[in-house]
Design a protein around this ligand. Structure first.
Ligand code: MG
Length: 245
């Protein structure tokens, strides 16, 4: 089972610089040292990552008020940011459609090769994501990986969650120790470890995706990851996958 965002696809990667750029449009005029203000914003943005975006935006509103600026509400800032993020995502998708962006530029390195190798050796591969179901179906098509999956499950009424999909696989008679999950998020790693499967944490240093990001690594190990990889180009990865069959 593969997670989608940050595990295979990077269509939504790079949200943090986008958020900080938006904040700096307001903060830059409120102090003498823009770089220091950006560092300060980055500290609370990073600290509050993983929770609802509202909390980052509420901290931003507090920051603006502390500097004597006229702050909008956390809800308003969140709506503004989500609108920009969506515009940015659409630009990337348009680039994929027109061919100005190659699929490999928006995937963790080696994604296509690992999916090809797994399916060629007869392994059934599933995609499970917390993102909108129709979006990930369309994005996986644009990235050229849609047809590798037996089934794709995003967030939509009637679709199983990651936890439910794993349980369905076990109920269908697959021994838990033969279930292999790749993910960059806490949920899929925890749930895989819980049922007795093998969990591989993808701790990529986006956007380069060349080395392991130490913060992500710690977080994924805490969630129960058995292995950590920066991308799918790891020489030992095929051996691991082969050994788990
Ligand atoms: Mg993810």
């Amino acid at each position: 089972m593969f997670d989608f965002d940050g595990t295979l696809g990077m269509v939504r990667a790079g949200w943090m610089p986008l958020m900080l750029d938006m904040m700096m449009e307001t903060l830059a005029e409120l102090g003498p040292d823009p770089a220091a203000l950006r560092d300060e914003a980055e500290e609370y943005v990073a600290r509050l990552t993983g929770q609802d975006t509202y909390f980052q935006m509420a901290a931003f509103a507090d920051h603006v008020r502390r500097l004597g600026g006229a702050a909008r509400s956390g809800e308003e800032y969140k709506a503004e940011f989500m609108g920009r993020l969506e515009g940015w995502r659409q630009e990337r998708l348009e680039g994929l459609r027109s061919g100005s962006i190659a699929p490999d530029e928006l995937m963790i390195p080696g994604s296509g090769a690992i999916l090809e190798a797994l399916t060629a050796s007869g392994v059934g591969v599933y995609l499970a994501s917390g993102s909108n179901h129709d979006d990930i179906v369309m994005e996986s098509r644009l990235l050229g990986i849609h047809d590798y999956f037996i089934s794709i499950h995003g967030s939509a009424p009637g679709q199983p969650s990651k936890r439910e999909l794993l349980q369905q696989l076990v109920d269908s008679g697959i021994p838990p120790e033969e279930i292999l999950t790749f993910g960059d998020g806490r949920t899929e790693i925890e749930e895989t470890a819980r049922i007795g499967g093998v969990a591989v944490g993808v701790a990529s240093d986006e956007p380069d995706c060349a080395t392991v990001d130490p913060k992500k690594r710690r977080w994924l190990i805490d969630a129960g990851a058995h292995y950590i990889i920066p991308n799918y180009l790891e020489p030992d990865l095929m051996e691991l996958v082969g050994g788990s069959l």
